[in-house]
Design a protein around this ligand. Structure first.
Ligand SMILES: Cc1ncc(COP(=O)(O)O)c(C=O)c1O
Length: 556
């Protein structure tokens, strides 16, 4: 084997789209999802065999592109895709060991071509909220900085860079080339093309791959002042734009209304998908592109679930700051409908219930056991209302802890284990593994027919602070065990509610991203909040069975 040069030896391979089937919905490479204009296909079909045999002539190509960009023809250079444009700029302006700045996470080809050029790469990071780090960049630009690459809007974050920030960077060192990659310009509608003559160090790249739907043909271009274009033209392959790409570009620019409509649809569809995800508490980041970044609890699960439905998206977890984030290309209306349906199905909510006071009326069991235990040790009566007011205090989810706290507040000191024994004596009255205590006084509150209907529409689970044996006993007694896929009880986690641990455990087992917790106390509410799921307060009292009314709404 002949050893390649050092920079090539260390090069990481670029991940080109792999294993995509014809039937796949490709939302993984920010492509146009309906394809290019039919007018382009018509024009290409007019070609004769002799046309293929001759080198392309570019006639009005520059003029057409320059009209579109509102610049002069000599300020344009057409390239073989914008990848080719980026490489050409690096070839022309970056020598071995020259300093170049990129801001990560960003389009991987910048590092790729800079590595081949043996440049010294400074990688800065986007801010934590994915906003653009202007000050950080300004502080890193020095006399030796040869190139700064800005992706606007950025791929993969969708972040837009304000024009005034680009100008600050252009001004910092007039000898540093500032490459502004506007691959997604048609979606963002923001450009610095009108200041190319004011800033001689500004070079812009654009592409026909995205909004115009011509990624397969490889068509891009550079916009800069005419001196820069002259330099770049010198190093550019003379026929870098092939005959078909040339025809496609000219025709695409003739039929711009189709592209404009597509971009408008993308904008609408982007809002729709963002809203849908936000509704199920999935964070999305602002994007001025044809894709969005969304942060999931576990991106691998969503990636897989979408794949099962033939929808391909890109996992961005490889970037530390984008752990569990997926980049989802936004497509045309039909693809968006399919994506919407898939996401609604994946995020079908899981209803998680607390037991006591929500599914089960415990006034005559747990509450009575508290009352009897307190009264046994303090020899003083305590009302149910007083017990309820204690229950409203965070941290008293566990009835044993609560019983001890009431006894202590009455200035009597008893060890917790002794209190637990007494409590259980009232509650379970266990003999030969048979419970004869207050536990048998409990009533199940959620109507069975409603439970049956709910179980058909949702996944159901229980997260309770009860010991496992007592939870399972109640479910068996009421013949409701089979309705619940998961039952998390006291022993299942070290920390109890109001810590989120039991709810998080249930969510992990259920592999759900969308869960609602139905609880009756402040502990339930705090635990849900910390587990980042929705909480619905149930106000059962002996007269109103609020749980039934509340859940009927979930069947509509
Ligand atoms: C930011 C950015 N620049 C450039 C490109 C490359 O586009 P082209 O197909 O024109 O090479 C892409 C493609 O994904 C991109 O995201």
């Amino acid at each position: 084997m002949i050893k390649p040069k050092k920079s090539i030896r260390n090069l990481k391979e670029y991940n080109t789209p792999k294993s995509r089937n014809k039937s796949d919905i490709k939302l993984d490479f920010n492509e146009n999802t309906i394809g290019c204009s039919n007018a382009i296909i018509k024009e290409i079909n007019k070609l004769k065999r002799q046309d293929y045999a001759t080198y392309p002539q570019y006639e009005n190509l520059n003029k057409n592109i320059s009209n579109y960009c509102k610049v002069k023809p000599e300020e344009i250079l057409a390239t073989n895709g914008s990848d080719d444009a980026i490489k050409l700029i690096i070839d022309c302006f970056v020598d071995k060991k020259d300093k170049a700045i990129i801001i990560e996470p960003t389009f991987s080809m910048y590092e790729f071509y800079l590595t081949i050029a043996s440049a010294k790469i400074t990688k800065l990071n986007y801010n934590k909220n994915l906003s653009f780090p202007t000050q950080k960049i300004l502080s890193k630009i020095c006399k030796k900085t040869k190139l700064i690459i800005l992706c606007n809007p950025n791929n993969p974050t969708g972040t837009i860079i304000k024009k005034k920030d680009i100008i600050k960077i252009l001004n910092k060192n007039r000898n540093s080339v500032v490459l502004v990659d506007e691959a997604y310009y048609e979606f963002s509608k923001q450009s610095v093309s009108n200041i190319i003559n004011k800033y001689p160090n500004l070079i812009i790249t654009r592409t026909f791959s995205k909004a115009f739907g011509l990624a397969g043909l490889r068509a891009g271009y550079i916009i800069s002042n005419k001196e820069n274009i002259k330099i770049l033209s010198k190093a550019c392959s003379p026929f870098s734009v092939n005959l078909i790409a040339k025809i496609a570009i000219n025709t695409a620019l003739k039929y711009q209304s189709e592209t404009k409509k597509y971009c408008n649809d993308i904008k609408k569809n982007k809002t729709l998908i963002q809203k849908l995800l936000n509704k199920v508490k999935i964070k999305t980041y602002p994007s001025e592109s044809n894709f969005i970044v969304a942060k999931f609890r576990d991106s691998k699960i969503i990636l897989e679930k979408l794949k099962q439905r033939n929808i391909l998206v890109k996992d961005l977890s490889i970037n530390k700051s984008l752990n569990n984030c997926l980049r989802i290309t936004i497509g045309d209306n039909n693809k968006t409908k399919t994506l919407e349906k898939a996401l609604k199905d994946i995020f079908k909510p899981c209803l998680i219930f607390d037991m006591d006071g929500v599914l089960i009326d415990v006034r005559n069991s747990y509450r009575t056991a508290i009352k009897k235990t307190v009264e046994f040790y303090t020899k003083k009566n305590i009302s149910y209302n007083e017990i309820e007011s204690y229950k409203k205090i965070p941290g008293f989810n566990n009835d044993w802890t609560l019983t001890q706290a009431i006894i202590t507040s009455r200035k009597i000191k008893i060890r917790k284990s002794i209190i637990i024994n007494k409590f259980q004596e009232y509650y379970l009255k266990e003999k030969n593994k048979i419970f004869r205590g207050l536990i048998n006084n409990e009533t199940w509150m959620l109507k069975k027919d409603l439970l049956t209907k709910l179980s058909k529409k949702y996944t159901l689970a229980i997260v309770t602070g009860r010991p496992k044996i007592e939870a399972e006993y109640a479910l068996k007694l009421n013949k409701t065990r089979t309705f619940f896929d998961v039952v998390i009880a006291k022993e299942d986690t070290i920390k109890e509610k109001p810590y989120p641990d039991p709810i998080i455990k249930a969510i992990k087992i259920l592999k759900t991203e969308n869960a609602i917790y139905f609880g009756d106390t402040i502990n339930d509410e705090l635990a849900s909040k910390k587990a980042k799921i929705n909480f619905v307060k149930i106000n059962n009292n002996s007269k109103t069975r609020n749980i039934n009314k509340t859940l009927e709404r979930y069947l509509k």
